[in-house]
Design a protein around this ligand. Structure first.
Ligand code: ZN
Ligand code: ZN
Length: 341
């Protein structure tokens, strides 16, 4: 019987899944954002309703200092979360293939995105959820309904950083009362209210510790990536290149890696800033240095070239392809190199 069998049905099912994935991500992301805001709001509420009353009345210096720091952390979490969602992850600068004779476009090279059917920069990856190319794409994150790319990677890292600090901070205030009341069956302090929601107290102790492990691990991973001038996909490619070079008895180096401090300053736009070591924590307090990243255009002979594009205005991707294309300087085509040892 020539009906629908596994050999024909399976590819169709996979294609339907692939087509449906962007829609599923777009539908689920608002829920994720609501959950994230709900968790932050719930933590603030429990701080005032459950945790702080066990430590004493609200008219003490201890209350003001500890609550003040907590409010600071929550404000940083929300600020960076807002930036992660709203900042465009990185416009690669498109060049239409109509402008470039097709024989001048090497489709095997990284310049050409077969999904967008445009020529894009070499540090660009295509996001299948957004349907766009993004500069230095790390991944598409459903929690921020956005890609993590060149322009918002620092906000994403800071969001993870402050969430980790916030979780540790909340846990440092809730674990001891939880242990004393639940396991030692004693009063935590003379201020402890008569009726304590023990279920909520255990949640305030266990959930932040769990989140510290999950979010803190992710934060350390992005600390490594930003410090070594890589994205997650690049890390995979670089590992393969390293292995290939190793098998040939050669040493591979990442030419984009300028060293941890220089990479950090560059990514946060703090080159030539004497206070970079503190300002990276507060990216809204300074105007970042405009970096000349490699973008692409066409030269006089209609060949695709990389160029340093002075553009820091976070334009959304997919606008007029001719806008903002100005040749400033040529940059080397290759971001990696192999050296003999
Ligand atoms: Zn693309
Ligand atoms: Zn995306």
């Amino acid at each position: 019987m020539n009906g629908i069998g596994p050999p024909t049905f399976l590819p169709q099912l996979l294609q339907a899944g692939k087509d449906g994935l962007p829609l599923a991500f777009k539908l689920i992301s608002p829920l994720f954002i609501l959950v994230a805001c709900g968790l932050a709001g719930g933590a603030v509420y429990q701080w005032f309703d459950l945790i702080m009353p066990m430590y004493g009345p609200p008219n003490t210096a201890f209350f003001f200092i500890s609550t003040g720091f907590g409010v600071f952390i929550v404000s940083q979490i929300l600020l960076n979360y807002y930036r992660c969602i709203t900042v465009s992850p990185g416009n690669p600068g498109y060049v239409g293939c109509k402008e470039v004779p097709l024989h001048n476009v090497d489709r095997d090279d990284d310049y050409y995105c077969k999904h967008c059917k445009f020529v894009t920069g070499k540090d660009t990856q295509h996001c299948f959820i957004c349907g766009k190319c993004v500069s230095d794409l790390d991944h598409h994150c459903p929690w921020i309904m956005n890609c993590v790319g060149r322009e918002n990677h620092k906000y994403f890292f800071l969001f993870l950083f402050y969430v980790t600090i916030g979780c540790l901070y909340l846990a440092s205030f809730s674990v001891l009362p939880f242990y004393t009341i639940t396991y030692r069956h004693k009063r935590f302090s003379k201020f402890q209210p008569k009726h304590i929601d023990s279920g909520m107290l255990s949640l305030c102790a266990v959930l932040p510790l769990t989140l510290t492990l999950a979010v803190g691990g992710m934060m350390l991973w992005h600390l490594y990536l930003l410090g070594t001038a890589q994205t997650s996909p690049e890390f995979a490619f670089n590992c393969q290149a390293k292995m290939r070079a190793y098998k040939q008895g050669k040493r591979w180096i990442n030419k984009k890696d300028l060293g941890f401090v220089k990479n950090w300053k560059k990514r946060f736009g703090l080159e030539n800033n004497n206070f970079w070591y503190i300002l990276w924590l507060f990216p809204y307090l300074y105007k970042p240095k405009v970096n000349e990243y490699n973008k692409i255009s066409v030269d006089d002979d209609m060949n695709v070239v990389e160029l340093g594009l002075r553009n820091n205005n976070n334009n959304k991707i997919g606008g007029n392809i001719n806008e903002n294309i100005q040749i400033q300087q040529r940059t080397p085509n290759s971001s990696t190199t192999i050296h003999h040892v």
